[in-house]
Design a protein around this ligand. Structure first.
Ligand code: GCU
Length: 669
């Protein structure tokens, strides 16, 4: 097996396999994924002096076996008896009589069990360990690439990509060398991801052809990801029957259209038998969809689901549908309401293999939004929640912003109050927009890798502690990770999302970014545009009135208790106050501060924290590859510059609007 990690700076350097590589291992069970596991162990053993065999009954330190692998060694059989039934992707793990045993219910479980051992390192081979059983919480753990084949004149090649070009395509063609795609699959498998949609949800003319005459490229990518248990999905253009099939319509209820999709999909499965399915952005930001024919989103999604069903595929249908041609003077239209208004009435009308993919918040991946009310409103629909690992609104991979704490909070939110299920318990899948490109460090900012890793881990187990996940990433990336590196990374990263929130948009208001590229501050940048993203600041106050009593009525989209909590000025949590209410600058927060003083204080504090981060990083010089250290250092300079820009613009803006001076007399330009 080629050495993939030496040339690609990410987690899983060879060192991470030292503990396994110095053991006598046995890998039992057939199939491609068992081969992958064997090859991984063999590569580690070649490096660290261990050995691996596929059969035999001699002494060994490690057994990795499928439960179906025929007669199991007695120690493994005993572990199986205790573990009970293990699911397809699950595994049991134990150590007894000096043997570490990983037992998998299916081939993918063997792979995930192997990577669990890698995380444990030497601890997997220490004292006896009782039987643990691990199963993923979400059946699909998926990354969406917003990659184009061609370089888009405005968006570049990867839409909202901050890590260079696509890892799949270059100069308008599939890359000749897909080594990096294989390495990507390996990194993802180690975090638990099992599906990847390879192209942008905005499907342009060239990329639409991946479905038909360029399908071979999809097959080639699928071949690289398959050994790591990852199925490939494709974003498709709803108008494909017209653009690719020469039909006069894409009406989902038209027989010719249905036949075209059925035949096209059958060809996809002839070429890629384990193809995952389609991802669709329809009637959204200019993409075609069923509305053109007077049909509903359910009509559109079900038609595609019907074409995929005979082959076991699924359609991910995005709920990101809103009017992006609003008149800012019209106070009755509220973008936050849109997804619920469009989709909640359709609950129960989607086919089983149609999955409604909902962004975590009602707006668009802001650093602070309430959980989308759609998640609680569609009990009879399969839901996926969508995160954004690519840092469009969270610093564009120039800023350190560890997102796992935000995701953890969102997944743990209980839409029906303390006694009800949480978001993780409602949705069946977790999806996120990938942050990867052809950059040497994969993600532009080397520390942004932690977000990619953490996404997969939280999709596997939404209850994981973000700080513990960060530890895993640190250990797997900087193995062995010497102090003070670990401590410094925690100091810099654990609270970095909140730091980012502090120096950017306050109290849940959002979207105070430069229009178009969305980097850096511009308080009024979107205020008079058609996008529906407003803050309504004037000389007296700021915030969007989304109450039922006097506003857009959005609070009514939540079940109790949140519909009342958000409606009430007294009960609304501080961090979302301006999302739900328009208040005077002197309004007193629960924290005891006024809104205007909170704005000043958090912006001064946020910029200071960015400066501290920069100072902390200096302490780690000499503890890693100097090039990596320098890359982060340069980015921290930019983060600090940008944080100060945010601080000054936001503070100056609100000082000029309100005329209220900073109670602490600090300089506001
Ligand atoms: C955001 C983003 C777009 C993207 C869209 C989507 O609006 O800025 O680039 O296409 O989300 O999620 O579809």
């Amino acid at each position: 097996m080629p050495e993939l990690t030496d040339v690609h700076a990410a987690w899983l350097p060879p060192e991470a396999f030292r503990a396994i590589g110095s053991r006598r291992a046995r890998v039992l069970g057939g199939g491609a994924l068992a081969e992958t596991v064997h090859d991984e162990v063999a590569a580690a053993c070649a490096r660290y002096g261990g050995s691996v065999e596929r059969t035999g009954d001699g002494p060994c330190d490690l057994v990795l076996a499928l439960t179906t692998a025929g007669p199991l060694p007695p120690v493994a059989a005993a572990v199986l008896a205790e573990a009970g039934p293990i699911g397809e992707e699950g595994y049991g793990l134990a150590r007894r009589d000096g043997v570490t045993v990983v037992l998998a219910g299916g081939p993918a479980g063997l792979l995930y069990g192997l990577f669990h051992l890698v995380r444990l390192g030497e601890a997997a081979f220490g004292p006896a360990r009782p039987v643990e059983r691990h199963e993923p919480a979400m059946r699909r753990r998926m990354l969406d690439h917003w990659d184009n084949i061609d370089v888009h004149p405005v968006m570049g090649q990867v839409e909202r990509g901050y890590a260079g070009g696509s890892i799949f395509w270059r100069d308008g063609v599939l890359r000749h060398d897909l080594t990096r795609v294989r390495a990507y699959g390996r990194l993802l498998a180690a975090s638990g991801v099992n599906a990847v949609a390879i192209n942008n949800v905005n499907v342009h003319a060239t990329e639409a052809r991946l479905l038909t005459d360029r399908l071979g490229e999809v097959a080639a990518i699928a071949a690289e990801l398959r050994p790591y248990g990852i199925r490939v999905h494709l974003s498709v253009n709803f108008a494909s029957p017209i653009a690719l099939g020469g039909l006069p319509t894409a009406d989902p209820l038209e027989e010719d259209v249905r036949e075209w999709w059925a035949a096209t999909t059958a060809r996809v499965y002839e070429t890629i038998p384990d193809f995952g399915g389609y991802l669709v952005k329809a009637d959204s930001e200019g993409q075609p969809g069923p509305f053109a024919y007077g049909r509903s989103h359910a009509d559109g999604a079900n038609m595609l689901a019907g074409a995929l069903a005979p082959h076991g595929g699924v359609v991910h249908w995005r709920a990101f549908v809103y009017n992006h041609r609003q008149d800012w003077r019209d106070r009755s239209t509220d973008r936050a309401r849109a997804a619920y208004d469009h989709f909640a009435p359709l609950d129960g009308s989607f086919r089983d293999n149609a999955i409604l993919q909902v962004k975590y918040g009602p707006m668009d991946f802001q650093p602070r939004e309430p959980v989308s009310p759609v998640i609680a409103a569609m009990p009879a629909t399969r839901l996926a929640v969508e995160f954004q690992v690519t840092q469009e609104y969270t610093g564009q991979q120039k800023h350190v912003c560890y997102l796992a704490p935000m995701w953890r909070e969102l997944l743990g939110f209980r839409p029906w109050g303390q006694d009800g299920r949480d978001v993780a318990g409602v949705v069946t899948e977790l999806v996120a927009v990938s942050n990867v490109g052809d950059d040497h460090y994969w993600t532009g900012h080397p520390l942004a890798q932690a977000n990619l890793y953490a996404f997969g881990r939280l999709a596997w187990d939404p209850c994981l502690d973000p700080a513990a996940v960060l530890d895993e990433w640190i250990d797997l990336t900087f193995a062995p990770s010497p102090e003070p590196l670990r401590g410094t990374l925690h100091t810099m990263m654990d609270g970095s999302w909140r730091t980012y929130e502090r120096y950017t948009a306050p109290l849940g208001v959002g979207f105070m970014v430069r229009p178009g590229h969305h980097y850096g501050p511009d308080v009024d940048g979107y205020e008079y545009t058609p996008w529906g993203t407003y803050h309504f600041a004037d000389r007296d106050g700021v915030g969007v009135d989304r109450t039922r009593a006097t506003g857009t009525g959005y609070t009514g989209q939540y079940p109790e208790p949140w519909s009342d909590v958000y409606e009430s000025l007294e009960q609304c949590p501080d961090e979302l106050l301006l999302f739900f209410h328009h208040v005077p600058y002197g309004h007193l927060l629960h924290s005891g501060s006024t809104v205007i003083q909170h704005i000043y204080d958090t912006h001064f504090a946020g910029a200071e924290e960015a400066a501290e981060m920069r100072a902390h990083w200096d302490k780690t010089a000499g503890l890693m590859d100097p090039a990596l250290h320098t890359r982060v250092q340069e980015l921290l300079d930019e983060q600090l510059r940008c944080a100060e820009e945010w601080r000054d613009q936001i503070n100056a803006y609100f000082f000029r609007k309100s005329g209220v001076p900073d109670a602490r007399g600090r300089r506001i330009p």
